[in-house]
Design a protein around this ligand. Structure first.
Ligand SMILES: *Cc1c(COP(=O)(O)O)cnc(C)c1O
Length: 361
């Protein structure tokens, strides 16, 4: 068998081995079509089946109610930073944004040219060590929505309670997508790139409350319009067929595992294993995030010196535990433990952390 390492990459990242093997087995001759899936028309019957199934599974696995629609849109989460204000902010309306770290800030940067954008809460003063409490969020008059980042991939902080602030929420859920149930009644729109929890890079999945499209901005290039993507079943232009095919398989894998509640529990358990080692290490390992707000997907931690961190990372790699380096903007270590990362990999990590501390204490 091919050697597989324990891959803690922040994205793109580990996918279920069974999915990769399935794709390998049917790659060259897809279901006796005599060609691979990526060589056929995106209007072909065989592809259409893949496309419709993936859309249906996205709605089913994430437990999305009927008043929402789903869209597959290229450009990743980054394009959504612009598409949200372009489509939803009308004259006289503003968008409130929670700055919870690098990605919250990215959303603010890209929304700013496209509307009246303000920062409703800024975590910079507390070094992004937690998410806001509801009474700390300042909502201005005529606010159309509050934009939040459910999980900061680089900082390792997650939103625990979805704030009730009197306006609809919009969430970038890229890095904890479909790893937790959400209260849909509070949201108008949820989006995320798929390359963390759901598949290879190449697109975002966007869920939108259908009724808000009555009043969306239609004065845009066609690809930027939510109403067109929804109306055309995400087949307005050529979709990223290979990505959609894999996402469909990952969603099927999630469903077979028992769905969202099983995955949410497993994510919490996996995270608790790593934080457990950190918290029981007498400060040998430390987390910069307040315990209640620690990410279940991206466990960020430090050792006492950069030198020791370097040694830790080098020896980890020797033990086939790869991609544990923190983001270049913050340093330190980060273990991304997305849905498809096997619990065995988390066990290997916590064993390694314990052994490393014993040997270098
Ligand atoms: C990775 C990530 C993004 C950027 O996603 P792209 O698909 O590369 O555009 C945005 N937000 C969050 C929270 C992310 O983790």
């Amino acid at each position: 068998m091919t050697k597989r390492v324990h891959n803690f990459c922040a994205g793109p990242c580990t996918l279920p081995l069974s999915v990769l093997e399935e794709v390998r087995d049917e790659f060259v001759n897809y279901r006796d079509e005599g060609m691979s899936l990526i060589e056929m028309s995106h209007r072909a019957k065989a592809y259409d089946q893949v496309h419709q199934e993936a859309m249906g599974l996205a709605l089913e696995v994430f437990e999305v109610p009927d008043d929402f629609g789903v869209m597959f849109i290229q450009g990743g989460a980054t394009l959504q930073f612009a598409m949200v204000p372009l489509n939803l902010l009308r004259t006289g309306q503003s968008g409130g944004y929670v700055n919870s770290g690098a990605w919250g800030k990215g959303a603010i940067t890209d929304a700013t040219p496209h509307g009246d954008i303000y920062v409703a809460w800024d975590g910079a003063d507390i070094n992004f060590a937690r998410m806001p409490q509801v009474d700390e969020i300042n909502i201005e008059p005529n606010t159309r929505y509050l934009h939040v980042t459910s999980n900061e991939t680089i900082g390792g902080v997650r939103m625990v309670d979805w704030p009730d602030v009197g306006v609809p929420l919009i969430a970038d859920m890229s890095s904890d997508y479909m790893s937790r149930a959400i209260p849909w009644d509070k949201f108008d729109l949820v989006y995320g790139g798929v390359q963390k929890n759901l598949g290879p890079a190449g697109m975002a999945i966007v869920f939108i409350r259908k009724s808000i499209l009555d009043d969306s901005n239609k004065d845009l290039a066609r690809y930027l319009r939510y109403d067109i993507h929804l109306d055309k079943d995400s087949l307005f232009n050529t979709p990223p067929v290979f990505t959609i095919y894999l996402v469909g398989k990952v969603l099927k894998w999630m469903k077979a595992k028992g769905g969202l509640s099983v995955i949410e529990k497993e994510a919490a358990d996996k995270a608790a294993m790593v934080y457990g080692v950190i918290d029981k290490s007498d400060g040998y390992y430390s987390s910069p995030i307040e315990p209640e707000y620690r990410s279940h997907m991206n466990v960020v931690f430090r050792l006492s010196s950069e030198e020791l961190e370097k040694k830790f990372l080098a020896e980890a790699e020797q033990a086939d535990l790869v991609n544990l380096k923190g983001h270049r903007s913050v340093g330190g270590c980060r273990a991304s433990i997305y849905n498809a990362l096997p619990v065995e990999s988390v066990k290997a990590l916590v064993d390694f952390m314990t052994e490393f501390r014993d040997a270098n204490g």
